[in-house]
Design a binder for this molecule. Structure first.
Ligand code: SF4
Length: 270
């Protein structure tokens, strides 16, 4: 397997043709100030593929844009799959590019999780399988503009997820004491202030608007957990597994929230 390049799994908007601002449909809501059809460019997207309101997204009603992460899929589609071809100059290529982007985004998200799990010493027993899954998934991303749209991403996810879970279990097994299991739980608005969630399984949990002030989330597995408007003020997320920046960007927090070293404190936090 080639060496993992962490930068390749982070959005590089300067090398993307604004695909996340064109491909998805938006419905006017608290997240988006306008309705927009799939495949139609956002009115704020410039000809240079830059957002005209980038520094004012929240105040202009585009909060949804601040919590999106393509995991590097945008530049991969723009520069690798389509070799730097701008969708504006070729409507045929545009349709194909827009079909590839969501698939690439899902594959890159999986690569991001696999790369993280490979950093965990406690997951050593499955490192070989993780490396193989990373190589196979990476190979899929190179499938080309005609192959990628037909790819069964759910099947890929279905084969990778058990491995990610096994890696997570190996790490969380080292956490002393009882580890709570809230996998997929509906915890919308839950009162979890000060909760002992160290090493917990919060995979896919719905934590929208949950009160997690002062909660102990160290080494909790939060893959796919919905943290929109969750209150993380004073919470400790040290070593949280599969935490991504967009989850933090969607939540609330403050200077007392303890974050993993790889994450940055969102600008809108107090
Ligand atoms: S508001 Fe800016 S970031 Fe959001 S979709 Fe439009 S151009 Fe993209």
């Amino acid at each position: 397997m080639s060496t993992i390049d962490p930068a390749a799994l982070r959005a590089d908007c300067g090398n993307c043709f604004g695909l996340c601002c064109v491909v998805p449909a938006f419905a006017r809501s608290t997240d988006f100030a306008v309705d927009k059809a799939a495949g139609q460019a956002c009115p704020n997207l410039g000809e240079d593929s830059r957002c005209g309101i980038h520094t004012r997204l929240r105040e202009r009603g585009f909060k949804g844009c601040t919590v999106y992460d393509c995991f590097g899929a945008g530049q991969k589609v723009s520069q690798v799959t389509f070799l730097g071809q701008d969708w504006r100059k070729d409507p045929g290529a545009a349709r194909r590019m827009f079909a590839v982007f969501p698939v690439m985004r899902d594959l890159h998200e999986l690569l991001r999780y696999l790369a993280e799990a490979l950093e965990w010493p406690a997951a050593g027993p499955v490192h070989a399988e993780l490396r193989a899954a990373f190589a196979e998934t990476e190979q899929l991303t190179l499938g080309g503009a005609d192959t990628l749209p037909a790819l069964d991403v759910d099947a890929v996810r279905g084969s990778v997820n058990p491995l990610l879970l096994r890696a997570s279990e190996l790490v969380r097994a080292e956490v002393p004491g009882r580890r709570r299991d809230h996998r997929g739980a509906d915890l919308v608005g839950a009162k979890l202030r000060g909760a002992a969630l160290r090493g917990a399984n919060l995979r896919g949990a719905l934590l929208i608007g949950a009160d997690l002030r002062g909660a102990d989330l160290r080494t909790a597995d939060v893959i796919g957990a919905d943290l929109r408007d969750a209150d993380l003020r004073g919470a400790d997320l040290t070593g949280a597994l599969f935490l991504v920046q967009s989850q933090l960007d969607a939540a609330r927090g403050d200077r007392a929230t303890v974050l993993p070293a790889t994450m940055h404190r969102p600008a809108h936090w107090a």
